[in-house]
Design a protein around this ligand. Structure first.
Ligand code: SAM
Length: 215
């Protein structure tokens, strides 16, 4: 099966037409094989305009959301980025194409393992994966130029804000457990500047300072 044409259509119809036009972002989203990050039975639906299940009741994000979040980080190629919620690893691959180094944390070991295998098979060498609570960030490698949280939080986790570089950007869904606003946070003079980008629906960020786990 050749997915080149569907990838192109996904970018034209779902991203560019809705304002995700940054050429660096659209170019990599035309290239990265999203279908390889979902199970084979879902390959034909991999480029559709919605999230898909990836196991553990989690999802690979809608392509438009991946594009919107990536564009908002405004990556130029030299950045160190922290991603919270590796999930399938698809968003991680997009970040790895656009930044120098990507650190990514996932709370489910099974998802992290699968993502690691996929990223390895696709030849990404600038990604470091870890299993744990991403709300705590990754102090050892901080501060980060960019932080991308791919699950919905009730508020900006304080620790993540502390681990942002001055002048850095964080993109995070903020709101209730059922729907949120996608928010761009900038750090200027140690203070938080907030800009709402659009409405969104993400699975909950489960961890310290976010939603409490039911386990
Ligand atoms: N970017 C992912 C992709 O493209 O496949 C989508 C990830 S999914 C919408 C959100 C992920 O965040 C889930 O895999 C979930 O397990 C993870 N997650 C939720 N809370 C977390 C936390 N505190 N630390 C790390 N991962 C977390």
């Amino acid at each position: 099966m050749n997915f080149d044409r569907v990838k192109e259509m996904m970018v034209e119809e779902q991203l560019i037409s809705r304002g995700v036009k940054e050429p660096r972002v659209t170019k990599v989203m035309k290239r990265v094989p999203r279908h390889l990050f979902v199970e084979k039975a879902l390959w034909e639906r991999a480029y559709e305009d919605h999230p898909l299940p990836i196991g553990e009741e989690q999802t690979i994000s809608q392509p438009f959301m991946v594009g919107t979040m990536t564009q908002a980080l405004a990556l130029q190629g030299k950045e160190k980025v922290l991603e919270i919620g590796t999930g399938s690893g698809y968003q991680t691959a997009i970040l790895a194409e656009l930044a120098e180094q990507v650190f990514t944390i996932e709370r489910f070991e099974s998802l992290s393992k699968k993502a690691r295998e996929n990223l390895h098979q696709l030849g990404y060498t600038n990604v470091v994966l870890r299993v744990g609570d991403g709300c705590l960030g990754w102090r050892e490698f901080s501060p980060f130029d960019g932080i991308l949280v791919t699950a919905g939080a009730p508020e900006v986790p304080k620790t993540l804000f502390e681990q942002m570089k001055e002048g850095g950007r964080m993109v995070i869904p903020i709101g209730g457990s059922k729907s949120q606003d996608l928010v761009l946070i900038r750090k200027k003079d140690k203070k938080m500047k907030r800009e709402t980008l659009c409405g969104c629906v993400f699975v909950p960020l489960v961890g310290r300072g976010a939603w409490v786990t039911r386990e």
